[in-house]
Design a protein around this ligand. Structure first.
Ligand code: FCB
Length: 452
């Protein structure tokens, strides 16, 4: 059999990603304030099995062990996030030194082991006190974000150069403010659109703050992009797929890259639109150093007059392999196509795949190992898609698998395992490297992998 080695460019950043609320636990320790996820997960009927992130992976206490785990896997880049309410328990006022100290210890533990942190400032755990004051649906939350960004980036300026302002503005705004399935659990389109706008504004306003604090900073934002296709060639499906793309992908990408909000969607949203002040769009389009893309799936879209948001619904084809998760179809070609599309539409900005991965029904086998051939296959196919895009001159500089280990998967609690390391919740949260973790280790070491 002919085998080819797909080698990645020198210096390609292979890594793993996590987020504070999903892994840290220690929900009430060392002066941390409540986040909206603490509040939401403790409300009835919000999370599968009534779970919450009070303990999660207990990373807050086991961060050294986790840094060792990464070193053992040859992971040189780690994307994590800071819990805002650990730093500002009440959202504003004096910073909580003990919160800063935790990240100080964590980042040093990483750096001592040759692991470069990539730090996300906001991965959804807003201080609850700020939500009580209106949250991101209110414009002044952007100012609070800049204060927080200023404190944190100033504090770590000597050691942390890679900063990500926001993770997935679409999910935060729409799942949290329109569909009600994420914190803060609202169901209101104007609030969702306002949150989306104020997040983009906060991103833009924080750029100067971060650059001013951190010499040599590399600053980016992470969007979740899905590859969208119309389910059939019926005109209503073509229109619906277009709206989905505009509402999900381009609503964020276009303003970030200087094209403003897509006109067609602005008219669709009409009176639900928030106030966009003059100057907002140029702030939002401030220069970033890289784009983070979280890519998981393709969405096949059909028209749906019943859908009050964008008049569209997702349809599912049988016999297509999918993750056991919201019907996420495996579609590695979509990652390749997305990378090509981003390059054509927005220019060849440096890109990092900041999340990609899948959930499987992982179990501990009789031999004590976790054999997850499906995840290995998923990863291989997505790595190959990235390799192909690079070959065609897309400037992709790194890939972070979601996730380092199984963790609190938001509304799904602990029922979905995305890790390349298993979290044994029956056994004192011990971590067991899955076959996919060993595969990642090989890929990190060899900066590539073999295909048949
Ligand atoms: C993304 C989130 C991440 C995780 C994965 C599965 O939308 O950014 O925290 O939940 O999905």
């Amino acid at each position: 059999m002919y085998t080819e080695f797909l080698s990645f460019p020198a210096g390609f950043a292979w890594g793993a990603a996590t987020a504070s609320y999903q892994i840290e636990g220690a929900a009430n320790e060392d002066g941390k304030g409540k986040s909206i996820w603490d509040v939401f997960s403790h409300a009835e009927g919000t999370v599968a099995d009534g779970e919450n992130g009070d303990i999660a992976c207990d990373h807050y206490h086991r961060y050294r062990e986790d840094a060792d785990l990464m070193r053992g896997l040859g992971i040189k880049h780690y994307r994590c996030s800071i819990s805002w309410p650990r730093i500002f328990p009440e959202g504003r006022g004096a910073a909580n030194r003990k919160g800063l100290d935790f990240y100080d210890r964590l980042f040093d533990a990483c750096l001592e082991r040759g692991i470069t942190p990539w730090v996300t400032l906001f991965h959804w755990d807003l201080p609850a006190a700020l939500q009580e004051a209106g949250g991101f649906a209110g414009r002044d939350c952007a100012g609070r974000f800049c204060e927080y960004a200023d404190t944190v980036t100033g504090f770590f300026a000597d050691r942390i150069k890679n900063w990500i302002t926001f993770n997935e503005p679409w999910v935060y705004s729409f799942c949290g403010h329109l569909y009600g399935v994420h914190a803060p659990g609202l169901k209101d389109l104007p609030s969702a659109l306002a949150a989306a706008h104020h997040i983009l504004l906060a991103h833009g306003e924080s750029l100067a703050v971060i650059r001013n604090n951190v010499p040599g900073a590399k600053i980016g934002i992470v969007n979740n992009l899905a590859w969208i296709e119309n389910a059939t060639n019926a005109p209503e499906d073509i229109e619906a797929a277009k709206r989905w793309d505009l509402a999900f992908n381009r609503w964020f990408m276009d303003p970030l890259f200087g094209k403003g909000y897509p006109e067609e969607m602005v008219s669709w949203y009409g009176g639900n639109m928030p106030e966009v002040k003059s100057g907002d769009l140029s702030v939002i389009a401030g220069a970033t150093d890289f784009l983070g893309i979280n890519y998981y799936t393709r969405r096949l879209v059909a028209g749906d007059p019943e859908d009050r948001h964008i008049g569209a619904k997702q349809v599912y084809r049988p016999h297509i392999k999918r993750a056991e998760f919201e019907e996420w179809e495996w579609y590695p070609e979509g990652l390749y196509k997305t990378l090509r599309d981003v390059k054509e539409r927005y220019g060849n900005i440096p890109v990092y795949i900041t999340e990609n991965g899948t959930t499987c029904d992982d179990r501990i086998s009789a031999d004590g190992c976790i054999h997850d051939p499906d995840r290995v296959e998923f990863l291989r196919r997505h790595f190959a898609a990235v390799w192909q895009a690079i070959k065609e001159d897309c400037d992709v500089r790194g890939y972070f698998v979601w996730s380092l280990y199984d963790n609190f998967e938001w509304g799904f609690g602990f029922t979905k395992r995305f890790g390349v390391v298993y979290l044994d919740r029956e056994n004192n949260l011990r971590r067991i490297v899955k076959d996919s973790g060993h595969f990642i280790a090989d890929v990190c070491t060899n900066n590539g992998f073999s295909v048949d």
